[in-house]
Design a protein around this ligand. Structure first.
Ligand SMILES: [Zn+2]
Length: 326
């Protein structure tokens, strides 16, 4: 199920053309809307950076201002369905009569109707780094057990990779980058980078991706067995395309930031560890800005820290050969 950006309905695959199904959430229209000539009306607030949250996430606004179908929310204070508290869901539609949101849960894909006061909009959630990586205790949904069984994983930002085959690691790490680009697009104030830049070229994506890879290396988010040369051969088929939360759910079963914080595997969570900032933060981290500068002044130096510049040349050629550019 994906949401049509023109009618805001959540619809199954057959209600979209193949092309539309693949488009980004904010561009996708169902067959009915296209036939009826119904256009997407972009809200003024869409993509404009929100004022930074001034409240603790536990006392978030009850109005859920600016919420739209497709937005990510976190459940809080539910009594009937208390097991959902702390997990995420996606807004499906607002039920005017009941003054509730219909929300699809990440936990089991079921739909629940919830009062606005029991929801926190993702962008209102201010990420706090609890002292480096202390809160990261490795993948697996049984976070606490993982931590007990393998206390070393608690401090290892590369532990997302454990339990994944090499190919899956390559795909996951690429998806992590794509998810961040998607979030920056949706929440980060019109920050269109990587594949989301409408004027993207193979070179511009490679440059943006080099920043990501460099930051990942510096954040120690790369597993010991990693081979950059083979990874750069695998990455192009993913990173030139958009990737959003529904894709994450389809491919990886779930995508829940809070799960990552509790020890599960989360693309978004690892993304914030790599970029050292949340998408709703007040701009890029110092580390991020520095890496951007370095890529501008001496890209070859950064390339060489990962793998020789020849491999990067091949990488740009491979990006050009993808469907997006050919
Ligand atoms: Zn529609």
């Amino acid at each position: 199920m994906k949401i049509c950006a023109a009618c805001f309905k959540e619809l199954p695959k057959e209600k979209f053309s193949k092309k539309q199904w693949k488009l980004h959430q904010h561009e996708r229209r169902c067959i009915e809307c296209i036939d009826a000539g119904k256009e997407i009306v972009l809200e003024k607030s869409w993509g404009i950076r929100d004022t930074p949250p001034t409240v603790e996430h536990s006392q978030s606004t009850t109005l859920l201002e600016g919420a739209k179908p497709g937005h990510t929310v976190r459940f809080q204070g539910l009594k009937g369905a208390a097991h959902l508290n702390g997990t995420e869901g996606t807004l499906v539609k607002f039920l005017k009569k009941e003054n509730r949101w219909s929300v699809r849960t990440d936990v089991d894909n079921s739909t629940v109707s919830v009062k606005p006061e029991n929801l926190i909009l993702y962008r209102n959630y201010h990420v706090r780094d609890k002292g480096g990586y202390a809160s990261f205790c490795g993948p697996g949904t049984s976070g606490v057990q993982t931590m007990r069984a393998n206390p070393g994983a608690a401090n290892d930002p590369a532990s997302w990779a454990s339990g994944l085959s090499l190919e899956d690691q390559y795909e996951w790490f690429s998806n992590c980058y794509q998810m961040r680009c998607d979030d920056d697009y949706a929440w980060g104030g019109c920050n269109l980078h990587g594949p989301y830049n409408p004027e993207a070229t193979p070179e511009s994506i490679a440059k943006d991706f080099l920043v990501y890879c460099t930051l990942a290396l510096r954040a120690k988010a790369i597993p010991a067995t990693w081979n950059w040369e083979t990874y750069l051969k695998a990455a192009p088929k993913y990173i030139v395309f958009a990737f959003e939360k529904s894709d994450a759910r389809e491919r990886w079963g779930s995508e829940n930031y809070f799960e990552g914080e509790m020890g599960g595997r989360s693309l978004r969570y690892t993304g914030t560890k790599i970029y050292k900032s949340a998408v709703d933060n007040m701009g890029d981290s110092r580390e991020h800005e520095q890496a951007e500068d370095e890529v501008d002044t001496n890209p070859v130096k950064l390339q060489k820290q990962l793998v020789g510049k020849e491999a990067w040349k091949t990488f740009v050629c491979d990006l050009r050969k993808t469907k997006r550019f050919s």
